[in-house]
Design a protein around this ligand. Structure first.
Ligand code: TXA
Ligand code: MG
Length: 313
C-alpha cells in the first residue's frame, strides 16, 4: 500500500477536489448518508486504488454517483419503475441497480464484471457541486476499511483511511447516517434497506416491494453477514446490561435517541458504535436496546445485525 499524505479539504477547496478526481486521485466526500471514497468511475487504475485502500474484495461492485439524470441515462437502461423511483426520490438516499447500457464507459472493476450497475444521485449540496464540477461518474463505496463501521464524519474517514487516500472533503456530519436503500429492477426488489424508508418506496410504487436481502445468498454482493463490526462484541434487543447503547426509554452509557426518534437514531448510529467501542474494555459486550422495525428502523436493525454477527477472521 502506498503511503500518502491525506489532504483535509473544506468547502472552499471544492475546485481542487474536483480536479483531483479528474486526475485519477482518491477523494473522500460527504453525502447525506455516509462519507464515500470517490474516484473517476471510468478510470480503471483509480477504481483499483479504491479496492486497495479499503481492502475490499474485488467481487463486490461499487455504486456510481451522478449529478444529473442525463448522466445516469448514459450509463444504464431505466424502465418504467426505475424512472418513477428516480423522479420521486432523486436526489436522495436511493441507489438503483439497472442494466448497463452499451458504450457506458465505466471501468469493469466498478461493476465487478456484472451486467448491471448501481447508480445514485446524492442530495448533499457539496456532493452535488463536486459531482457537477468533476463532470464524470464517480464510483464511491463508503469510506471505511472493508468490514468496519461506515464513516459519518471526515474524522471517521481519516481514522480508517489516513495515508491510503489522497484527500477528504469535510462538510460536517452526515444528516441521514445510514447508507442508501438499494433497489433493483426487472424484477423490482429491495436489495438493502437504507436511508430511504421502504414505506416511502411502497407508497410511491402503490404496492409492497419484494425483498431480496437474505444475507446468506447476497444479491447485493457486499451484504456480507459480518460488517459494520466494532472491536467489541455486540448483543441486540437488550433491555438492560452493564454496557448499554440505549434507545428511547431504555437508557445506557449513550442513547441513540432518548425521544425514540428513528431519524435521530440513524444519524447517531455509526458515531455512537465507535464511541461505545472506545469506551469498551476487552471483556465488554455492547448491549443494544430494541429498535422498532419501522421506517429507518429496518436499516438500523440491518446494520446492527451485521455488527453483531460472528466475525469472519
Ligand atoms: O449511501 C451509500 O450507498 C454510500 C454512499 C457513499 O453513497 N455508499 C455505499 O457503498 O454504501 P458500499 O460500497 O459500501 O455499498 C454498495 C453496495 C454493496 O452492497 C454492493 O454489493 C452493492 O451496493 N452493489 C453495487 N453494485 C451492485 C450491482 N450491480 N448489483 C447488486 N448490488 C450492487
Ligand atoms: Mg460500505
Amino acid at each position: 500500500m502506498t503511503d500518502l499524505d491525506t489532504l483535509l479539504l473544506g468547502p472552499a477547496d471544492l475546485a481542487k477536489a474536483a480536479k483531483m478526481l479528474q486526475s485519477g486521485q482518491l477523494v473522500a466526500f460527504p453525502t447525506e448518508t455516509v462519507y464515500g471514497l470517490g474516484a473517476d468511475a471510468r478510470n480503471g487504475t483509480a477504481v483499483a486504488a479504491i479496492y486497495a485502500a479499503k481492502g475490499r474484495p474485488s467481487f463486490n461492485p461499487l455504486i456510481v454517483h451522478v449529478a444529473s439524470m442525463e448522466q445516469a441515462e448514459a450509463l444504464a437502461h431505466f424502465d418504467h419503475d426505475a424512472h418513477a423511483l428516480a423522479q420521486a426520490f432523486w436526489p436522495g438516499p436511493l441507489s438503483l441497480v439497472l442494466p448497463l447500457k452499451d458504450g457506458h464507459g465505466l471501468s469493469s472493476l466498478v461493476t465487478a464484471g456484472l451486467d448491471t450497475v448501481a447508480i445514485r444521485m446524492p442530495a448533499q449540496p457539496l456532493a452535488r457541486d463536486l459531482l457537477a464540477l468533476a463532470d464524470c461518474p464517480v464510483a464511491a463505496p463508503s469510506a471505511n476499511p472493508s468490514g468496519q463501521i461506515s464513516p459519518t464524519t471526515a474524522a471517521h474517514v481519516l481514522a480508517g483511511l489516513s495515508g491510503r487516500i489522497d484527500a477528504v472533503l469535510d462538510d460536517g456530519p452526515c444528516d441521514v447516517g445510514v447508507e442508501s436503500t438499494i433497489v433493483a429492477t426487472s424484477p423490482l426488489r429491495l436489495l438493502r434497506p437504507g436511508g430511504l424508508p421502504v414505506e416511502a418506496l411502497n407508497a410511491a410504487l402503490g404496492s409492497p416491494l419484494a425483498e431480496d436481502t437474505n444475507p446468506d445468498t447476497p444479491s447485493a454482493p457486499g451484504q456480507l453477514v459480518s460488517h459494520y463490526a466494532p472491536n467489541a462484541r455486540v448483543a441486540l434487543n437488550q433491555t438492560d446490561g452493564p454496557f448499554m447503547l440505549g434507545f428511547g426509554a431504555v437508557n445506557g452509557q449513550l442513547n441513540l435517541s432518548p425521544s425514540g426518534d428513528l431519524h435521530e437514531a440513524a444519524a447517531n448510529l455509526f458515531a455512537m458504535l465507535r464511541q461505545m467501542d472506545e469506551l469498551a474494555s476487552d471483556t465488554d459486550t455492547i448491549h443494544v436496546a430494541p429498535i422498532p422495525m419501522t421506517g429507518l428502523g429496518l436499516a438500523i436493525n440491518d446494520r446492527l445485525t451485521r455488527a453483531a454477527a460472528p466475525r469472519l477472521g
